[in-house]
Design a binder for this molecule. Sequence first.
Ligand SMILES: NC(=O)c1ccc[n+]([C@@H]2O[C@H](COP(=O)([O-])OP(=O)(O)OC[C@H]3O[C@@H](n4cnc5c(N)ncnc54)[C@H](OP(=O)(O)O)[C@@H]3O)[C@@H](O)[C@H]2O)c1
Length: 259
Amino acid sequence: MDLGIAGKTALILGGSRGLARSAAEHLAAAGVRVAINGRDQQAGQAAAEALGNGAIFVQGDVSQPGVLEAVIAETERECGRVSILLTNAGGPPPGRFTEHGIDVWRRALEVNMLSAVEAAQRVLPAMLEDGFGRIVNITSFAVKEPYPNMALANSVRAGLTGAMATLAREVVDRGVTVNNVLPGLMATGALDRVIRARAARDGLSETEVVAAMEKSVPAGRLGRAEDFGPLCAFLCSRHAGYITGQNIAVDGGLTRSLL
Ligand SMILES: NC(=O)c1ccc[n+]([C@@H]2O[C@H](COP(=O)([O-])OP(=O)(O)OC[C@H]3O[C@@H](n4cnc5c(N)ncnc54)[C@H](OP(=O)(O)O)[C@@H]3O)[C@@H](O)[C@H]2O)c1
């Protein structure tokens, strides 16, 4: 399917690995000029070169003051105005509600909620002026069903979901859509950290933890990055202009909620 967005510019925060990288691959294949971001310069540069279609890497930690402004400015300088924004960063550490001090809670808010809010605020004026924009946020299945030992993710992802649900209704009449894609248990970097933490906490091997996770998924396996990227790309397409304010899980049936 022709996504109808060839020639547009996408900024993919935290796009050098994992789920967001798969989205970047599908957007680049659709003829979109892609800027991916991450903290590791070498890995990011290599990922951008592999994407092709003039993709660039823009280094920066999205949770640090001033970084998003600089990342967006460089993207616009090199690739033009941002019509497509995908927000993402590494997930917060696992742990129970009382396990992390308030400073760790604040950092989770900075990394996994406020960075997305700030990025959206910064790219929105150009999107509204152009009458076209797509914002896709990677959140988590935990917004539908809080997951054990993931107090920070269960909390800050819900905050971002509320913020984006509000924004979606404020801008859709001007051609900008806002949606969230919710990974389930995906065999990418964030889950590796959860697996290691659960193995240490429960005295299990990592293989045993993975087997238990696979069993919990009706699809019978963990998800792959390739299961995730195509939906993100579709939500950024011309065809998705009437889809907004949605939370779509890519989870092999893991979450049992009706809606
Ligand atoms: N995998 C799952 O099962 C799962 C389930 C639910 C939710 N999620 C959430 O989905 C998101 C993506 O997961 P993933 O497994 O694809 O993660 P991943 O493989 O660890 O990739 C994370 C990406 O974000 C970049 N990044 C991390 N922190 C950053 C920061 N502060 N500023 C800029 N870039 C940053 C990383 O590059 P650098 O390290 O170079 O910065 C990398 O490109 C995460 O937020 C995760 O918590 C994942």
